[in-house]
Design a protein around this ligand. Structure first.
Ligand code: ZN
Length: 600
């Protein structure tokens, strides 16, 4: 629908009305709107998202705090030199992401404060990037993310840019970005996060220039519609994102950007959010953050959480403000500001606050089935235990079938070492994206079975192809069949049973048909100090204590320092050790080990 921008601006920011509640917002209305009219609304945020911000800040101290911090960051970043076309490890991706962060924060700051300095700085950065020789199409994510930043900032600042600037930015978006995907792109057929990011970025670009390039936009939208549900199959059936919580943030944020942009500019959002498992994935993500504030960082994930705009949008969409519980704590800890979509988190932040009434259990099937339990959402000292099946045969996967993490008293006790940054491995010749058996990927310690909190036999890797299954026996009891994750011939059956008991966790492992003389290894990585006494391990950390009692066949307990790199391509794991239990199967090939985790 045609849209009179002048009227909306007037409604959004009355010249005399201060934005009460947002301490660092100042309503300084300067130049009147220009005569040009933008036929479509600005991308991603509705006029009420903008106009309600002051009231929402007033009602919600966390949002007020975050908004003020974002504006302060926008101001302190003004002195940064403009970005340059510099490849890092053969990618422009870091530059693209920093461009999104800068251009969005300055465009946001300008629209909120009307201070000319923010408009000037955003414009300078946009023109600098538009003048790049290319946006690095060889690694298409780089181009897609750059287009995303340009599309949003161009759209938000449209009315404040000259015709000349608009033309330059539009030409760059078309020639360096979306024209390459007019009839689709190979990434549109991808089954992983690339599908979501590349389609999302290309559609945002198309919508931004649609008024001037209607035929190009129509072609691209048709191609995008054809491919977009391929990437969303990853969420089936229960929303467990198989590439881990970090990639959930990445892929889901782009899907949410796409849906929000379509809703604002088209009649339909293509039903994206109703794709099987997509909405439920918001619960998966919220459950995958422990009371320590750290992720269940399986696959290529880091431990530290982010503040993805996707969880903010979905919390509002699903009317579940409790999904933001962990994010509120981040804001109080002054974190999350570096997220490149932080202005959208502010604009989409729900008006309701409300306590958390979410269930304390989550489980889901999919390529990486898992179960996550907590004793409370509100108690910072709560028990929280997460465990997964699945395994190595998936994009970004680790050999982590059966691995678990544990929080108690606000601390992470059993940890996943997480991902290792790609360039540190690629630069040393690791065939990182080859997931097949024997690939050098599986020699990287952090990705190996040995590094994870699971079982291994005779020092051997897990199968690169077999995927363990998970079955819920009860709401708080999961049975993992590890047999497919072990190598053929090692055992006839391997199971791991996890039970969450509110004040303890019980983990029971059982093997059948193990070869005589083989050695079974149970491991758990921790940053706690570990003292061994018989078959009990006493862990201490920051004055808190956890006890792990073992029972099983002829076992030996050890504590291994794994802080130093194993090989020259491995990164160190500072202050991390492994609690290791070794055992021998009985003559009939059976082996059992029970581990009970309790406080104190
Ligand atoms: Zn891992």
């Amino acid at each position: 629908m045609p849209f009179n921008r002048r009227e909306v601006l007037a409604a959004m920011l009355p010249a005399t009305a201060p934005l009460a509640g947002c301490g660092s917002m100042q309503a300084v209305v300067e130049s009147p709107p220009t005569e040009q009219v933008q036929a479509h609304p600005p991308l991603l945020a509705s006029e009420s998202d903008w106009s309600s911000l002051a009231d929402r800040c007033k009602a919600d101290p966390d949002l007020d705090r975050f908004t003020a911090a974002l504006l302060a960051r926008a101001r302190s970043d003004i002195a940064l030199p403009s970005l340059e076309h510099t490849l890092e490890d053969g990618r422009l991706l870091g530059v693209s992401r920093e461009f999104i962060r800068r251009s969005l924060q300055w465009a946001f700051a300008y629209r909120v404060t009307r201070e000319r300095v923010f408009l000037d700085r955003a414009r300078q950065e946009m023109l600098a990037v538009a003048a790049f020789s290319d946006w690095h199409p060889d690694h298409y994510l780089d181009l897609a993310e750059m287009t995303t930043g340009m599309a949003i900032s161009y759209s938000w600042l449209f009315n404040d840019l000259s015709d000349y600037d608009r033309a330059a930015l539009r030409t760059a978006m078309v020639d360096k970005g979306i024209a390459r995907a007019r009839k689709g792109h190979i990434t549109f057929r991808s089954t992983n996060n690339w599908n979501q990011v590349c389609i999302g970025g290309m559609v945002l670009g198309a919508l931004a220039v649609e008024d001037d390039e209607p035929a190009l936009a129509a072609d691209l939208l048709a191609a995008a519609h054809q491919g977009v549900f391929i990437g969303l199959k990853a969420y089936r059936p229960d929303g467990v994102y198989p590439e881990g919580p970090d990639y959930w943030s990445y892929g889901s944020s782009y899907t949410v950007l796409l849906a929000a942009a379509l809703r604002g500019n088209k009649d339909s959002d293509w039903g994206l959010l109703d794709a099987p498992g997509f909405k439920r994935s918001a619960e998966f993500y919220a459950h995958a953050i422990g009371p320590s504030g750290k992720y269940f960082n399986f696959a290529d994930s880091n431990e530290g959480q982010e503040l993805p705009c996707a969880i903010v949008y979905l919390a509002r969409e699903l009317d579940q403000p409790a999904l933001l519980t962990a994010k509120r704590q981040m804001i109080r800890d002054r974190q999350g500001l570096s997220d490149r979509f932080a202005p959208l988190s502010v604009l989409w932040w729900p008006t309701k606050t409300g306590g958390n009434t979410a269930p304390t259990s989550f489980s889901g099937q999919g390529a990486q089935p898992l179960a996550i339990w907590r004793s409370s959402w509100s108690d910072p000292n709560a028990w929280w235990f997460a465990i997964k099946a699945g395994g190595a045969a998936h994009s970004h996967a680790h050999m982590d079938a059966g691995s678990f993490v544990l929080d108690l008293d606000g601390l992470r006790w059993a940890k996943d070492l997480g991902m290792q940054d790609y360039s540190s491995l690629e630069s040393r010749g690791i065939d990182l994206w080859n997931m097949k058996p024997g690939s050098s990927r599986w020699r990287v310690f952090r990705l190996s079975a040995e590094a994870h909190n699971t079982l291994t036999l005779d020092g051997q890797a897990h199968s690169a192809r077999g995927m363990a299954t998970l079955r819920m026996v009860a709401e708080r009891e999961a049975l993992i069949d590890l047999t497919p994750a072990l190598l053929p011939g090692q055992v006839t059956r391997a199971t791991r049973r996890a039970r969450f008991l509110d004040d303890a966790v019980q983990l029971d492992d059982e093997l059948l048909g193990a070869r005589p003389g083989s050695t079974v290894r149970w491991a758990m990585a921790t940053e706690a100090e570990v003292r061994l006494e018989g078959t009990t391990a006493f862990l201490t950390q920051k004055g808190k204590r956890l006890t792990v009692q073992f029972e099983g066949n002829v076992i030996q307990l050890d504590v291994l320092d794994i802080s130093a790199p194993r090989r020259d391509f491995d990164q160190p794991n500072p202050n991390v050790r492994q609690l290791v239990v070794s055992g021998k199967p009985r003559a009939d090939g059976s082996w059992k080990l029970a581990a009970r985790f309790s406080r104190g």
